[in-house]
Structure formats: C-alpha cells, structure tokens
Design a protein around this ligand. Structure first.
Ligand code: GTP
Length: 600
C-alpha cells in the first residue's frame, strides 16, 4: 500500500481508562477479527494479562481500514500497558509510531500516568489525538475533562471525540480522525534499510523472532542483514505481520511494522533498540535507540530444586528477549544456594517476571525480599553500590549509607489531602509543594525514599483515598540516611536471604512485625524454633515457633490407604515451594514476609 496511506499509532492512557477495550472495538470495526473469534482484551495475549485484567506487554497488529473517503488505509496499532512499571514498553512502542491516541476516562479525568504517557509521546515527537472515553457512565463529565486536558497538557480538545469503548459509540469517528490528523510515516523506501527492533521473543522452532518497525528501505526474505549494535549477520527466512494472527508477507516496506525470523539462536545477537540494515548496502548510521532502563528494585531468584539452576539461567535469557528491562546476574546465598540477582522496574514487574518464569518455563522458584540499590560509603573512602542486604560490609567499615529518593507527584481529591499527607509523612516523605489543579483535585509533590514507595505505598495510598489518588514518580537522587542491616535468625542461625536494610528509627518496629509474621508463615516443625531479629549481633525482637505435636496421618484412623496417600500428596504439594535451610523448612512466603507484615 502507498506509504501515504499508512498510519502507525499507539493507544496510551492511565491504567484502566480503557485502552484495551478501545483496541478491541477497533479490531471489530475494521473486521480484523471475526465476531466469533473476538474475545475481550484481544491484544492481551498472555494468560497472565487476562487473569489480572492488565496489559503487560506491548502488542502490534496490522489492520486495514476502509475510510469514509472510499480509500483503504493500512493501520499498525500498538497496544501498550498503563502501569508505571511497564512504561519502558510504552516508550518502545511509541518509537515505532507517528501518532498516539490518548484515552482519558471522562469520569476520572487526567491522572498521573496520563501525564507521564503524554510526556513520553511528546519526547518521541508524536502527534497526539485526545479521546474521551466512558461517556456512557452517569458520572462522566466530558466538558470538564476536556478543559482539564487543555489546561494541564495544553492539547486542543475542541474536536476531541467523545466515545464509549464499551458500547462502541463514536469509535468510527476515532478511526476517521486517525486518517485525517495523524501523519503518515516519512521514511524513504529507496534508502538503505533501517529497521528498528522494538521487541522480540524466543520460538522453539524458528529461533528468535524480532519485531521491527521499518523506518527506511525494504526488508525481504533471503536478504542478508546485520544487527548494527551487535554486528551479528543473518539471512532472513520469513517476514510477516500480526493481524493479530501471524501472517507471512513477501516484504516489509518503509512504514510497516512486523516481524522477521532468521533462524537466530544466539540470544545475545538481538537487542531491543538495535537497528537492522542490509549487509551489502548498509545504512550509515543506526536509528536512535532507546534509553537503557535502570532497574529500581532487586531480588534474588533461586530454583527450589538446586539442580535446575541451568534451566533458570536459560529461562531468564529467553525471557529477557521479551522483556528488555529485566536484568540478572548470578549470586549465591548460604541459605538458598545458587541463583540470580535480578533487577526490575518495580514490584509489579518483579511479580510478573516471577510468574512468567514459573508458567512459561515450568520452574518452581524462591524469590527473596526486594531491595533498592544503596550507596555504601566505606571508611577507606571508597563507595560500593549494594543491591543485596546480605552483601553489606561489616558496620565498622561503613562511614555512611545513602539511599535512592524519588520525586513523587500525587493527584488527589481535596478531601483526601490530609490522609495522603499523613501517609507520606509516615513513609519519611519530605513535603515539596501542594497545588490546586481544579475544583476537585490537588497535586501534591513529595520527596520520598524509593524503598518506602516500592513496598506497600501503592496499596496504602489506594486504601486511604478510596482509590481516587494516582501516583507518578522518578528517581531524584541519593541522600544520606540512618540505615542499618537487620538480620533474621532461625534456630540461632542467620538466614542471609532474609536480611533487610531498614531505617534505624523503624528497626524495632519492623523487627517485631517481621518476627511475628514469620511465626505465622513458617509451619511448625518437630522442634521449637526461636525466631529473632538482630542488628549487628544485638537481638531486638524474638518469638518462638512451637514444636509440632500432631502428625498429619493421625487423622487417618482405619486403614484407608487412598486417603492416606491423598493427605501425603497434599502435604507434598505444600512442600513444593519450601526450602530446607539448615534444620528448618522455610516456605516461599517467608522470604516475602517483609511485604505483607502489618506494621500498624
Ligand atoms: N462504562 C464503561 N466502561 C469501560 C469503557 N471502556 C472500558 N471500560 C471498562 O474499564 C475497565 C478497564 O478497561 P481496559 O480496556 O482493560 O483498560 P486499560 O486501559 O487497557 O487497562 P490496562 O491495560 O491495565 O492499562 C474495564 O472493566 C472495561 O470494561 C467505557 O466506554 N464505558
């Protein structure tokens, strides 16, 4: 199709404002997917996405739109996640587009992630098309929200379409606007090939499949290609698009978004953000890639069965293809054996990676409690970046410790400002600013330690504002804090994987909460187990897990062997995610106790 008839766009929005629902309607309206094949959240292809009702991965589909002017247009629609942890996926999708449809919930108005996504789109020089969604709701106030978008973002909303993605109302108008207002890709089909790799995954039959946006030139099967950053060379076997089914094509030309396969087995050869060019007529320069993302949260991942270390290593490498922001390196723990220290963009990301590893690669894993990166300044004048509490140097060698802080922007209805301030204060926040946004809402700015944000801040914020507050944050720098390492001892033995770095004034409180939580989580065993929290060898909290008296088979009076078997089986199930550490059996939840303990 003629390049002037191509439109590449993303749908961006705050979480739950209706991106995936709008994408569903667009697929229906363009007859891309037949009604009987249509399921909701069509582009959320992972089970995990459907179960949780959130988008985790970007997803690109090609569709053909018969416009009202009688002509056909080729659309590439890239659905993107809304949660702050996955903003890396959003920025990658945007680099493959010329325009963005900005969906704003007409009942909720502009939220923190709406702004964050608009800034990402502006960074990529995209044309933005504002759309007001959920106008079917009685609480929708499209006019008020339009004014808000104009004031807060500076986008002209006089012609913004008012839609209901749920019922389909006015979605056809959005498609017309895409044709009229969004630009066609500007590349040159006769220039040397430059194709941006924006995603990839591992297919056990075809090797690595790379998703590309062809910015200049044409890409065909049998072409000899080079990945410009890694230098790897291959011969293209197949090219194609997703509709969302995979369709094989003769070529991908300038402006098209699709996939290539080239029997690539070496995972290191393909990097998201790299440019593909031809070996014979190479482009002079690669395209502008992506900003490397620095993980914010780290945790250790260990196979329950130590023999599966190599499987975990392979699984992590393969998953990284599909999740470029994941980082990992080998580490060992006295308690857990060989595993990997992994870096994530946030807790939801961490949770999703762990679950994908377990589901897609059939692994049983133990994850240790998450940590941020601390800068430890030692008495010898050197600095060490520590992402694992167990690796903290002895106290006498430490001069001081700095921890990462974030600048947080919180949008909150006026009546909850007090509650929100209390929460920020409790989490060691430092007040920066409070602005009136409109008649209803205020914008609060706080400096907060990242370590406090990543744990339960989100949940606490939701509960103290009935879900009406939204948060966006970015790292602002490091600050000195009174931090200490808190060790946990089970049966007198330090369990390195349970050590955490805590704010000194919170240590007693946390120590207490942690020992109580562990007592709840660790099952009784044949002997009594003291659970202690200690700082620098000094015990600050203690409790005991009483010895087990009953055995599970005691319930099985009579000789019913099948029942007995069932019970033992059940017990084995429960044990799957247990780890024997010294003489104590510790379940997975114990390593995450720090996330679920009740401190209030
Ligand atoms: N009443 C009403 N509900 C809608 C409309 N559009 C979406 N919803 C509902 O809003 C919720 C969130 O919609 P999604 O499409 O999953 O939102 P999303 O923005 O894709 O969310 P993430 O992918 O998790 O970022 C779902 O329960 C939808 O059914 C609408 O026009 N009207």
């Amino acid at each position: 199709m003629d390049q002037s008839h191509i439109r590449n766009f993303s749908i961006v929005a705050h979480i739950d404002h209706g991106k995936s629902t709008l994408a569903d309607r667009i697929l229906e309206l363009t007859d891309t997917v037949e009604k009987r094949e249509m399921v909701s959240q069509m582009l959320d292809t992972m089970d995990l996405e459907r179960e949780r009702g959130i988008t985790i991965k970007l997803n690109a589909v090609q569709l053909i739109y018969h416009a009202k002017n009688g002509e056909d247009y080729l659309f590439h629609l890239i659905d993107t996640p809304g949660h702050v942890d996955f903003s890396y996926e959003v920025s990658r999708s945007l680099a493959a587009c010329e325009g963005a449809v900005l969906v704003v919930d007409a009942a909720q108005g502009v939220q923190a992630q709406t702004l964050a996504n608009v800034y990402l789109a502006l960074d990529n020089d995209l044309e933005i098309l504002p759309v007001l969604n959920k106008v079917d709701l009685p609480s929708a106030q499209p006019d008020v929200v339009k004014e808000e978008i104009e004031n807060l973002i500076g986008l002209d909303c006089s012609q913004a379409v008012e839609i209901s993605a749920k019922s389909g109302l006015n979605v056809d108008k959005v498609l017309e606007e895409i044709v009229d207002k969004l630009p066609a890709p500007s590349g040159d089909a006769n220039a040397p090939l430059q194709a941006l790799v924006f995603d990839s995954f591992y297919d056990s039959y075809r090797g690595i499949i790379a998703f590309v946006s062809v910015k200049n030139g044409v890409l065909k099967p049998k072409d000899k290609i080079r990945f410009m950053a890694t230098g790897a060379e291959y011969e293209v076997i197949e090219v194609g698009v997703r509709t969302p089914k995979e369709v094989i094509k003769d070529q991908l030309t300038t402006g098209e978004v699709g996939w290539i396969s080239a029997a690539i087995k070496n995972i290191e050869d393909v990097r998201v953000g790299d440019t593909i060019t031809h070996v014979n007529t190479p482009a002079k320069e690669p395209l502008k890639g992506y900003r490397e993302m620095n993980p914010m949260v780290y945790c250790g991942l260990y196979p329950v069965d130590n023999a599966r270390y190599d499987d975990l290593k392979e699984a992590l490498s393969k998953l990284k293809l599909n999740d470029a922001s994941l980082q990992f390196e080998p580490e060992t723990s006295q308690a857990l054996g060989f595993g990997f220290r992994c870096g994530f963009l946030g807790l939801l990301h961490m949770d999703v990676v762990e679950e994908r590893l377990e589901r897609e690669f059939n692994l049983d894993l133990i994850a240790t409690s998450p940590s941020v990166i601390y800068h430890v300044f030692k008495t010898d004048g050197t600095m060490e970046a520590i992402d694992n509490p167990a690796a903290l140097p002895p106290a006498q060698n430490i001069d001081h410790i700095e921890e990462p802080y974030v600048s947080a922007e919180i949008m909150v209805p006026k009546e909850y400002v007090g509650a929100m301030m209390d929460l920020c204060q409790k989490k060691r926040g430092e007040y920066v600013d409070l602005q009136v946004l409109d008649d209803i809402r205020m914008l609060m700015k706080y400096e907060l330690p990242l370590s406090e944000i990543i744990f339960d801040f989100f949940d606490k914020m939701k509960s103290c504002t009935k879900g009406y507050a939204s948060l966006d944050y970015e790292i602002s720098g490091y600050r000195e804090s009174k931090l200490v390492k808190m060790d946990i001892l089970l049966n007198g033995q330090i369990i390195d994987a349970l050590s955490t770095i805590v704010y000194k004034d919170f240590a007693y409180h946390r120590g207490n909460a942690m020992t109580i939580k562990l007592k709840e989580i660790i099952p009784k065993q044949q002997f009594e187990i003291p659970v202690q929290a200690a700082i620098g060898g000094k015990v600050i909290a203690r409790t005991n897990i009483k010895a087990l008296r009953k055995n599970v088979l005691a319930k099985c009076y009579g000789g019913d062997i099948s029942r007995k078997k069932k019970l033992l089986e059940k017990q084995k199930e429960g044990k799957k995610r247990m780890k024997m550490v010294g003489s104590v059996e510790i379940p997975q939840e114990a390593f995450m106790a720090v996330l679920s303990m009740d401190e209030d």
